[in-house]
Design a protein around this ligand. Structure first.
Ligand code: HMG
Length: 444
């Protein structure tokens, strides 16, 4: 979409969309989007992520009590991705090897990962795990119609999370904040493979719900004594690394800025900000809604340029967003993919984070946000260094505009090729029958 080394140089994509690559890089924060090959659907992405996790952690099927899937781009109206994944894993581990492992599909736009995780945590906190672990896998393919504003925020990916007692990476706090409203910001009707979106409205819904969920987390965390900000302190000071749902990196950056404005008001550091950029615009000060929105957007930009904001953002959030800058929106998988990149980057820089509290903010259109927190564990660096994020991002190949549009529209590839890239050591979709049943295999 854009070349980081030559930000102003038009690309095949930007030219075809009559757009400026600098808009992708600086306005939205995206350089590349991931798109799946012919043989990849959301079940395949999930099975490959889960297989890698099981293999790397040397887990036995009998040790895994549940494999739950969070997705909004599942492959069937009735049969969950979890069942197809089960079948794929049994091809590798033996027929019946997962018969005592449960699985279900969770749907609530991008926030379903937080719901699936909450359910797994509740199950473990209720003492029902009996020494077994669970896996939550988020998998999605984000798709908007060609030539629409949403197109530049597409992406795809899956992330598998291992949930167990005595974790080596992060231990979740038993406090989860929620904010939910019925909204028409983004949806995908049953008849459509692409989402419908009210883009500008969706950005407002994201900010409002994220703030509401963090407020709800704060009420519970303060009343239970989990955190207690002292005089002159902000709630956000209690956190080290933070990650948010990333439909595109600029949105997560704005979400963080919105939270800082919310939690810094009334503190002496906010007086410094006001001295620099003036007071915040209020709707009552404007005759027209559009004028207020323009002033609010300008104020946000100025706040995000302050050195105070930049220092907090670079310390807590920025390093994780590289994942989304390089691959786009992966809906339910985006926050945890960015979180794992954040932790891996910090581990490689030898950051001292043991015992620090971090936070996750998830948003799903429709709409709901969830806020959760976790404590970084002793062995976090060893685990995080093993994620191999950059290798995975590099293990993709660029496609031409013609290849991209053919994949997007489900049309034959140029030169009647069967796929863009030869599969290697991964699960693949081999066919979909006339009745809509899917067959998968492991391609060695
Ligand atoms: P758009 O019309 O393509 O973009 O829509 P724009 O013209 O508003 O430009 C975007 C930004 O780039 C603006 O900055 C421009 O000023 C700037 P802002 O005012 O926002 O700060 N810009 C430039 N900067 C530098 N150089 C340039 C230049 N040109 C412009 N040359 C939009 C953008 C994100 C709305 C669109 O892509 C879209 O609709 N995307 C899909 C919806 C979406 O991602 N919404 C986010 C919140 S909802 C959510 O997160 C849930 C979701 O993940 C789904 C789920 O839950 O399942 C989507």
């Amino acid at each position: 979409m854009a070349d980081e080394n030559h930000p102003d140089k038009p690309t095949e994509f930007s030219q075809s969309r009559n757009s400026d690559p600098a808009k992708y890089l600086h306005g939205i924060g995206i350089a590349k989007m991931s798109i799946p090959d012919i043989y990849q659907d959301s079940s395949v992405l999930a099975a490959n992520a889960i297989y890698e996790l099981i293999d790397r952690d040397k887990l036995l099927p009998a040790e895994i009590a549940r494999i739950d899937i969070a997705t909004e781009t599942g492959v069937d109206e009735s049969k969950p991705v979890a069942a197809y994944v089960h079948g794929m894993l049994e091809q590798k581990f033996g027929k019946g090897s997962f018969k005592r492992t449960s699985g279900v599909e969770y749907k609530f736009a991008c926030v379903s990962t937080a719901d699936a995780l909450e359910s797994s945590l509740d199950w473990a906190w209720a003492g029902r795990s009996n020494g077994r672990c669970s896996i939550v896998c988020s998998t999605d393919i984000a798709k908007y119609p060609l030539n629409t504003p949403g197109e530049s925020t597409q992406g795809a990916g899956a992330v598998a999370l291992l949930i167990k007692e005595n974790p080596r990476l992060l231990a979740f706090d038993n406090v989860i904040g929620t904010y939910m409203e019925d909204e028409d910001d983004f949806w995908r009707p049953l008849f459509s493979t692409t989402a419908v979106v009210h883009g500008k409205h969706s950005e407002k819904c994201y900010l409002k719900a994220m703030e509401g969920a963090v407020d709800n987390w704060a009420e519970q965390a303060i009343s239970s004594g989990l955190v207690s900000p002292g005089p002159g302190e902000s709630l956000i000071d209690q956190f080290g690394p933070m990650s948010f749902h990333v439909p595109y990196p600029k949105m997560a950056e704005k979400g963080f800025a919105y939270l800082l404005r919310h939690f810094w008001r009334g503190l002496s550091r906010w007086d410094e900000i006001v001295k620099k950029i003036g007071i915040e615009p209020k709707p009552a000060g404007f005759k027209k809604r559009g004028e207020f929105e323009k002033a609010e957007s300008d104020y946000m930009r100025q706040f995000m340029e302050t050195s105070r904001f930049q220092a907090e953002y670079n310390d807590k959030v920025a390093e994780g967003l590289i994942h989304a800058r390089e691959s786009g929106n992966s809906y339910s998988a985006s926050e945890k993919s960015c979180l794992s990149m954040l932790l891996e980057t910090k581990a490689r820089k030898d950051a001292d984070l043991v015992g620090k509290r971090g936070g996750s903010g998830n948003y799903g259109s429709g709409s709901k946000a969830k806020a959760s927190s976790w404590i970084i564990q002793e062995e976090w660096k060893t685990v995080a260094k093993g994620f191999g994020h950059l290798e995975k991002l590099h293990h993709r190949r660029p496609v031409s505009l013609a290849e991209y549009e053919a994949l997007h529209e489900g049309r034959p590839l140029p030169e009647a090729r069967r796929f863009v890239s030869e599969p290697e050591n991964e699960f693949v979709l081999i066919d979909v029958t006339a009745e809509g049943y899917r067959h998968y295999k492991f391609a060695d």
